[in-house]
Ligand binder design. Sequence first.
Ligand SMILES: Cc1cc2nc3c(=O)[nH]c(=O)nc-3n(C[C@H](O)[C@H](O)[C@H](O)COP(=O)(O)OP(=O)(O)OC[C@H]3O[C@@H](n4cnc5c(N)ncnc54)[C@H](O)[C@@H]3O)c2cc1C
Length: 425
Amino acid sequence: MTVAADGGPARNWAGNHTYARGSFSAPADLEELRRVVAGADRIRVLGTGHSFNDGVDTPGTQVSLRHLDHVSVDAAAGTALVGGGARYVDALPAIHAAGWALPNTGSLPHISVAGAVSTGTHGSGTGNRIAASAVAALTVVLPDGDLLTVRRGEPGFEGMVVGLGAKGVVAELELALVPTFDVVQDIHPGLPWERLLADPLAVMATGYSVSVFTRWVDEPGGTVGDVVVKHRTDDRRPAEEVEALLGRPQPGEAPSAMLGASEHLTPRGTPGPWFTRLPHFPPDGDPSFGDEDQSEWFVPLEHAVGAVAALRAAVDAAPAVFAEAMAVSELRTIAADDIWLSGSAGRASLAFHFTWRNVAARMDAVRAVEQALAPFTPRAHWGKTFTRPVDLGLWEHTEDWIAQRRALDPDGRFANGYLERLGLL
Ligand SMILES: Cc1cc2nc3c(=O)[nH]c(=O)nc-3n(C[C@H](O)[C@H](O)[C@H](O)COP(=O)(O)OP(=O)(O)OC[C@H]3O[C@@H](n4cnc5c(N)ncnc54)[C@H](O)[C@@H]3O)c2cc1C
C-alpha cells in the first residue's frame, strides 16, 4: 500500500483509483469520530479500499474507521456486534467459535463488514441473499455527530443498509447469525458449453453456493472453465446428480485453471467450517489477481438463458479485446431481498462478474458487456466499474432512498461526485 503525505492510503487496493480527498483522518474511538464528522464540511468513509470507483472520494475529509474494529458475539442471542471498521477476517473466527455462522460471505474476508454492506456485496447461492441481509441493526453517526440506531422492522431500515456511505457513518452493525455449519468445496473443470447455455440455473443449483469461472471461450474439450461448488455437509445433493451435470471434480490439491495456484485459494476436497470454505480466497494470502479492475451486473433469473448466450456472443464478436482485458469472469446467483438499493432488490439474480486486467482495453470490454446485457435490465454493482448511466428506474424504492438521504443529510455532508453522477442526491 502506498501511503500519501496525509497518512492515508494513496490508492485503492487494486491500485487503479487514486483517491481524491481534502484530508485524511483515522479517529481513535467513537467520540473522536463523532467530533470529526460534526466538524467536517464534507466527509466520506474509507473502508478497506476494495471498491473500484470514486465512491470514497470527497473534497473534504476521508475518514478511516480502522480503530473501530471491535467484535463481540452474543452466543445466547445468536448475534454479533461489529465496529464500523471491522473486517470479516476480524469477525468470522469469533462468530464460529461461539457456535454461529453467517449464511454466506463474499469471495474474500479482507474487506470491512460495513464497506461490504454499504455497496451490496454478495456471495453466491440461489438461496443466499446479499451480505446486508444479515444486518439486524446499524448505528450511524449523523452530520451533527449524533448517533442513530435503526433496527430491521423499523421504518426506513431497508434504505439504510445499502447506504453507499450517504446515510451517515456506520459506526456499528449488529449481525443476525445462523447455527454454524461445515462446507466442502469441489472444482469441476468438465462442464461443456452447450450444457451451460441450455440451462445455466440447473448448473447454479448444484450446491449451496456455486460459482462458474470462465473466460467465455471454449476451454480444452469445449468446456466452460472451473465450476466451484460449495456444499453444506449436512445438506448436499448426491454426488452422482452433480457429476451428471458438471462432470467429476478434480483432486482437491490441483490448482484452478481459472484462478491459479492452490495456496491462493481456500481448501478444496475436504470439509471445514463455513468461514474457511465460503470465501474463495484465504485471509493470509493475496486475493484475486492484484493489478486489476472489476465490474459486475445483476440480471433477473428469468433472463439467465438469454443473458448467458448474449455474453458468449459478445465475446465471440470481439475476441482480441476480451483476450487482452479479461483475467476471469464469474457467474453467481443471489436470492431476492427487500433492501432498497440491493442488486437483488425484489428479484432473484444471476450476477455476471468480470475481473479485468488493468489495461486500457478493459473499458472497451466493459462497454461491450454493458451493450450485450442491456436488453436484460442489468443493475450494476455499486462498488465496481461501469460506464453506462445507471437506470434508477430499475429499483422500486429509488425515490424513497433519495428522500431518506435528504432527510438524514440535508446539507449534503456525505455527498460526493459519485452520488451526484448516479443521480442519487
Ligand atoms: C479481490 C476482490 C474481491 C471482491 N469480491 C467481491 C465479492 O465476492 N462480492 C461482491 O459483491 N463484491 C466483491 N468485491 C467488491 C467489494 O466487496 C466491495 O467493493 C466492498 O464495498 C469493499 O469493501 P471496503 O471495506 O473495501 O469498502 P471501500 O471500498 O473502502 O468503500 C466502499 C463504499 O462503502 C462506504 N463505506 C465503507 N465503510 C463505511 C462505513 N463504516 N460507513 C459508511 N460507509 C462506508 C464507502 O464510503 C464507499 O462508498 C471484491 C473486491 C475485491 C478487490
